[in-house]
Write a protein that binds this ligand. Structure first.
Ligand SMILES: NC(=O)c1ccc[n+]([C@@H]2O[C@H](COP(=O)([O-])OP(=O)(O)OC[C@H]3O[C@@H](n4cnc5c(N)ncnc54)[C@H](O)[C@@H]3O)[C@@H](O)[C@H]2O)c1
Ligand SMILES: [Zn+2]
Ligand SMILES: [Zn+2]
Length: 348
């Protein structure tokens, strides 16, 4: 099969022929149709210090994918050949304390598809049956199915705290921040303000229904509050940029008792005013991955019940490309100007 491959501890990928993987007893083999390009993949491509610390090369990267099941292991009970699935990329141990308690997203032995085991920038990928999310709704297209992983990040973050009637600040209008706008709207938020420094992304944010999309290289969040007639501060914050200046400004703009869900992976150390966290009684919650599998249930349920949300999330895929054009796709993703880039593995 064709696959994007990192043959060893060095930068770059090659599109090469690799042996097809075989499904183990409790695994399913998937013919990959689409794979999303994520920031993680850019780190793996450039082989920065984060990648060097975590990646087991040789490796086929790719963890945001959709495809059709073509083979199931002998112990597979529910997933069938022909099922259309998206993949949960966190493979958990099943026996640690959190796994046994049903909190699989908190597994202490998580192994990530496309990071520590071969992933989905390939014609075929193998994952445990339990990691395959079967789509029963035909309106989930291969492009939409490819972004269930980052959509799940947005849903996990946005649904961390009740949103009905709340004023929401999202920092970072990358693909996940953009999707969080649509989810917060679905979940009943009042005002939604989003920040970024990329004009095209701020434009996308307006299309997705943000009340205000502000460029923090020129405008302060405080000014956004004034413009919207807010008097006390944001009730809910979602940090989705990882930029060290976003969280301090968010903290400065929260109402007392405000709650902050943090998804963005900090690009460097972040200094915050802890005094304010204490005296304003703020809650900060770290978010990693998706709840397994309540987030997945919520994603499918919300998409099938809300056409506006369905259209909004679908619109976050701005650059579908044949997998043969993977280099162009990676460059587009690295530019940070559009939404999600999705490679089509049926077009090689
Ligand atoms: N915790 C998790 O499980 C998880 C999973 C996936 C991604 N992430 C992280 O979540 C974040 C968002 O991911 P994404 O895929 O949307 O990617 P992304 O990195 O493309 O989005 C980040 C956005 O933040 C913007 N930005 C830069 N400086 C800013 C500032 N000062 N204020 C506001 N915005 C600013 C960038 O222009 C970009 O549009 C990234 O940090 C990513 O590493 C976390
Ligand atoms: Zn990802
Ligand atoms: Zn575990």
């Amino acid at each position: 099969m064709k696959a994007l491959y990192k043959p060893g501890p060095q930068s770059g990928f090659e599109l090469v022929d690799r042996p097809e993987p075989a499904a183990g007893p409790a695994e399913v083999k998937i013919r990959v149709m689409t794979t999303g390009i994520c920031g993680t993949d850019l780190h793996i491509q450039s082989w920065d210090s984060w990648a060097q610390g975590i990646i087991a090369a040789p490796l086929i990267p790719g963890h945001e994918f959709y495809g059709e099941v073509v083979e199931v292991g002998e112990d597979v009970r529910d997933v069938k050949v022909g099922d259309r699935v998206s993949g949960e990329g966190h493979v958990v141990c099943g026996i640690c304390r959190n796994c046994r308690a049903g909190r699989r997203q908190m597994c202490i032995h998580t192994v990530s598809v496309g990071v520590q085991r071969d992933g989905a920038f390939a014609e075929y990928v193998v994952i445990p049956e339990t990691n395959a999310w079967v789509h029963h709704d035909p309106s989930v297209t291969p492009e939409l199915g490819a972004i269930f992983d980052p959509f799940g990040n947005a849903v996990h973050t946005a649904l961390s705290f009740p949103l009905v009637g709340e004023d929401v600040l999202i920092t970072g209008a990358g693909p996940i921040g953009l999707m969080a706008i649509a989810v917060a709207r679905h979940a009943g938020a009042r005002k939604i303000v989003i920040t970024d420094v990329s004009r095209p992304r701020l434009e996308l944010a307006r299309k997705l229904g943000a009340d205000l999309a502000i460029d923090v290289s020129t405008t302060r969040v405080r000014d956004a509050q004034l413009e919207l007639g807010m008097r006390e501060g944001f009730d809910i914050g979602m940090e989705m940029s990882g930029h060290p200046s976003a969280l301090p400004e968010m903290i400065d703009n929260m109402n007392h008792g405000g709650r902050i869900a943090m998804l963005g992976l900090p690009s460097q150390e972040i200094t915050i005013d802890w005094g304010k966290v204490v005296t304003h009684m703020l809650t900060l919650k770290g978010i990693y991955g998706r709840e397994m599998y309540e987030t997945w249930y919520a994603m499918s349920a919300m998409l099938s019940s809300n056409p506006v949300l369905h259209a909004g999330i679908s619109a976050v895929v701005t650059d579908p490309l044949p997998a043969a054009q993977w280099e162009k796709g990676f460059n587009l993703a690295r530019s940070g100007m559009g939404g999600k880039v999705v490679l089509d593995w049926t077009q090689l």
